[in-house]
Design a protein around this ligand. Structure first.
Ligand code: 26Q
Length: 816
């Protein structure tokens, strides 16, 4: 296979089979004839882990000797996906392992299905962190990810009567051979307490202590010997029983302290693009930040000098959104209180080290914490935030807008309350901007809006600070691993290894018109659709035909992503078919996958409504299988890997100006799906790359959205004017789809009609419906369809996360 080189382990199927048997017997205590796919999965994982660990040691040794700056990626979420298959691919031993397992009598594909999907993230932001780890390693960068080893990741989703039901996902309960406890590197973290002055020095005392235990997960790269580390912290009680209080009265107390310490890493907050202002969340953030900074500072001291004054030469820290923003104050605290660096120098060093990535423009998603809460949990950090703010306002803002108190109030890290007596809020985004040397958005349009709309004053003060780094996805997982047939066809067709340089796919454009190539490309898609149809049958018990258009919307459920617009259109299609069952339209399957935050009422209502419409449509024989609707439960990385290679149409239909980038959009196009999308996020750049003829763009632009909002917009006018919209919304509201709870869909109808339709679903509906007409017309011309699909795949070079990471290296981490 292309890309195999001398850094690959020299192992053949015989070696692998032997090692698997050895681990079965000696690590797991299982005889060969007792082993099923689950035992094989564990044994094989241990084989790969052995290779990983050996390479981790070699990588660390090389890095200790090297002069390079280390990159630390701080993120509350890493959605890494299943690791065994991906590691086999990256290590270049997938094919040999297939042979080995065939010899042992259990197909590798069945073995891989036994891995539970580590659910350590919500959605795009967490998955991006995982793609970046893959790319940094593939590019041989000295990099480490820091996060939390949640006991319960994102909840498992099922449906009851069409409604979402959440259950805890104890993803590592059975076994997780990839994580290795590193007790030698444990850390102690302080919380609460108060600050006293001793001889002019601030001392943080009377604190409670928590222990942080690191779990290391190896990160393999493709075509390289480098293996990096993802270090995930688990909280533990710092002391066992406090023996002095081991009497009748205080026994309970000492126990309950222990439980609360361990609570910190128990569960991932299931909110996406909407912060939960909970004390435990703040403690989670600080806990993992404090552990990570202490750990990287220890490493710096081991490898360099005792003094931290040149630490910026060797350390770069990237903040994945504001979730780890308290790191700015913690780093300052260590420099000032533990290393005796003066404030002004400490701030300089901090700024050289830190950079911050913004992932959202949604006003309600910008994190703020009550000053009182920070003061209670982290009293010293609140003081330091005040010091940073004072310096920022009175020397830096003052220099640009002398005497302008209004501007100082606007830019203050600590927000003035709207009403006197209300709590003052700490703006974590402002703290991140002030504490960093670079701030980046995640797609060109988004970054422009960060400069112009979110942080215009910062952009004026520091015109070089806010930049763009467009997101990307790893072509290893999102093409090679999830779509091996297409990967093989590409290998046969073009020169060089696109896995390491995705721009090489451009050579495939020459074949977009070629009937023989089109035929093979289409056959692979058809095959992938057959596989997905089997998954749909198993999970939803619905029969779908691989000859239909597979139209897919998979992403978190959020009003701004507008699954409700997709639903309204499906309802309209159904009614059109009922009016005229002989309508000449291609058969279509609409496929959804989405989790809603458990507390997000309208999002849950949308899921319920889609499921109810699906049930009605799928059981109506009058429409002759021209329309099917399925909602796959428990959408997650491992399901995405099965859905994306089988998609014909990719729904990227957010209200312009709200989706920062999107990354699913890139994965779909890479696998030859055509996008129906708004000019939002990275869709804009995808359209640039594929050309306007190869994408279905529709709807209001960012400028038109704000213009319409300004003019004043009444969704009722559209409702009154459109017979089609009226009929489907009235149907939703009639109780017909949910007779046992006739008001069930009211919250959705109210959002659309009575509460101003904030996300402009009604305003964009007709353009969306027209775009789907164009899709149906294009499907009727297969040579045109497949030319477009091939062109899409061939044009995705820019959207490799390798390119993103190279951009970070040049523009932010000074890697030259
Ligand atoms: C914050 C505080 C408390 C609890 C939860 C949160 C929280 C958690 C997750 C806030 C936001 C998120 C996730 C945001 C996210 O996934 N954003 C997406 O990031 C992608 C990668 O850049 C983009 O492609 C998407 O456009 C963006 O929505």
């Amino acid at each position: 296979k292309a890309g195999q080189n001398d850094t690959m382990p020299v192992v053949d199927s015989e070696d692998i089979a032997q090692s698997v048997v050895r681990h079965l017997q000696q690590s797991l205590g299982v005889e060969l004839d007792e082993a099923g796919p689950a035992e094989y999965w564990e044994a094989l994982s241990l084989v790969v882990r052995e290779i990983d660990l050996q390479r981790i040691r070699a990588t660390r040794k090389k890095e200790r000797e090297g002069k390079a700056r280390r990159i630390y990626y701080l993120s509350l979420e890493f959605l890494v996906g299943r690791l065994l298959g991906n590691n086999l691919h990256n290590l270049g031993i997938f094919k040999e392992t297939e042979k080995a397992m065939a010899k042992l009598g259990t197909p590798l594909v069945d073995i891989l299905e036994n891995e539970s999907d580590p659910s350590l993230g919500n959605g795009g932001l967490g998955r991006l962190a995982a793609c970046f780890m893959d790319s940094m390693t593939t590019l041989d960068m000295p990099a480490m990810g820091y996060g939390i080893n949640y006991r319960f990741g994102l909840f498992r989703q099922s449906f009851a009567g069409g409604k979402q039901v959440e259950t805890p996902d104890g993803w590592r309960e059975d076994s997780f051979p990839w994580g290795i406890e590193r007790a030698k590197r444990k850390q102690h973290v302080k919380l609460y307490g108060l600050v006293r002055e001793h001889a002019g020095k601030a001392v943080w005392e009377d604190t409670q202590e928590v222990l942080g235990m690191p779990w290391d997960v190896p990160v393999t790269g493709y075509g390289t010997g480098t293996v990096n580390t993802l270090r995930l912290w688990e909280s533990r009680a710092a002391h066992g029983f406090d023996l002095n209080s081991f009497d009748a009265g205080r026994y309970q107390d000492s126990r309950s302290q222990e439980i609360s310490a361990e609570n910190i890493s128990q569960v991932l907050y299931p909110n996406d693009n909407h912060p939960a202002g909970k004390e435990l969340r703040l403690i989670q953030q600080y806990f993992f930040v404090a552990c990570s900074l202490a750990d990287l500072i220890e490493r710096y001291k081991r490898e360099n000098s005792e003094s931290l004054k040149n630490i910026a030469d060797k350390v770069a820290i990237q903040l994945n959104d504001t979730h780890p923003a308290i790191a700015v104050a913690e780093f300052m605290r260590v420099l000032m209180d533990e290393e005796n660096v003066v404030f002004s120098r400490a701030l300089e060093v901090t700024r050289e080290v830190f950079a911050y990535t913004n992932h959202t423009l949604l006003p309600e998603a910008l994190e703020e914490w009550p000053q009182q809460l920070i003061t209670k949990v982290l009293p010293r950090h609140m003081q330091i935030i005040h010091m940073i703010n004072y310096h920022f306002l009175h020397s830096e803002v003052e220099a640009v807008w002398p005497g302008d108190d209004h501007m100082k109030r606007r830019l203050s890290i600590i927000e003035e309350p709207d009403r006197p007596g209300d709590d003052q809020m700490v703006r974590m985004a402002f703290l991140s901007v002030v504490g960093s040397h670079k701030v980046n958005g995640v797609a060109a349009l988004h970054s422009r809006l960060v400069q112009e709309k979110l942080f215009p004053e910062f952009h004026h003060m520091w015109p070089e600070k806010i930049i763009n780094v467009t997101n990307g996805v790893t072509p290893r997982r999102w093409l090679d691993y999830c779509n091996p047939e297409l990967a093989a066809l590409i290998d046969e067709t073009i020169e060089g290894d696109w896995r390491k340089d995705l721009y090489k796919l451009g050579a495939m454009k020459a074949y977009a018109d070629d009937p023989a190539f089109q035929k093979r490309f289409a056959a692979i898609k058809h095959d992938n659709k057959k596989h997905l149809a089997a998954v749909i049958k198993e999970l939803c018990d619905v029969d779908v035909s691989p000859d239909a258009i597979f139209d897919v919307q998979i992403k978190r459920l959020h009003e701004y992503k507008r699954q409700q617009m997709n639903l309204l259109h499906i309802m309209a299609l159904y009614r059109r078919l009922l009016d005229n069952p002989d309508l000449d339209v291609p058969p279509r399957v609409f496929i959804f996958g989405a989790k809603a935050a458990p507390g997000y009422k309208v999002a849950k209502t949308i899921i319920h409504a889609i499921n109810r419409v699906a049930e009605r449509v799928n059981n109506d024989r009058r429409i002759k299988d021209k329309l099917k609707v399925v909602f796959l439960p428990n959408y997650r990385v491992s399901l995405a890997e099965k859905i994306i290679p089988a998609a014909d149409v990719s729904e990227q239909i957010s209200t312009a100006g709200f989706e920062a980038s999107g990354t699913g959009n890139m994965k779909f196009a890479l696998n030859g799906a055509l996008t129906v999308g708004t000019l939002d996020g990275a869709n804009v750049e995808i359209a640039e790359e594929v050309g306007d003829d190869n994408i279905f763009i529709f709807g209001l632009t960012v400028e038109q959205v704000s213009e319409l909002r300004h003019r004043g917009y009444n969704p009722r006018d559209i409702y009154n004017r459109s017979e089609e919209l009226r009929s489907v919304i009235d149907w939703l509201d009639s109780g017909d789809l949910c007779p046992e709870e006739p008001e069930a869909f009211r919250p959705l109808v109210e959002a659309l009609l009575d509460q101003g339709d904030y996300f402009l679903t009604m305003a964009d509906y007709q353009a969306y419906s027209d775009a789907h007409e164009r899709i149906a017309e294009t499907w009727k011309k297969p040579e045109l369809w497949w030319k477009m699909a091939i062109t899409n795949s061939a044009s995705m070079g820019k959207f490799s996360s390798d390119r993103s990471i190279q951009d970070y290296g040049k523009a932010i981490w000074n890697m030259s």
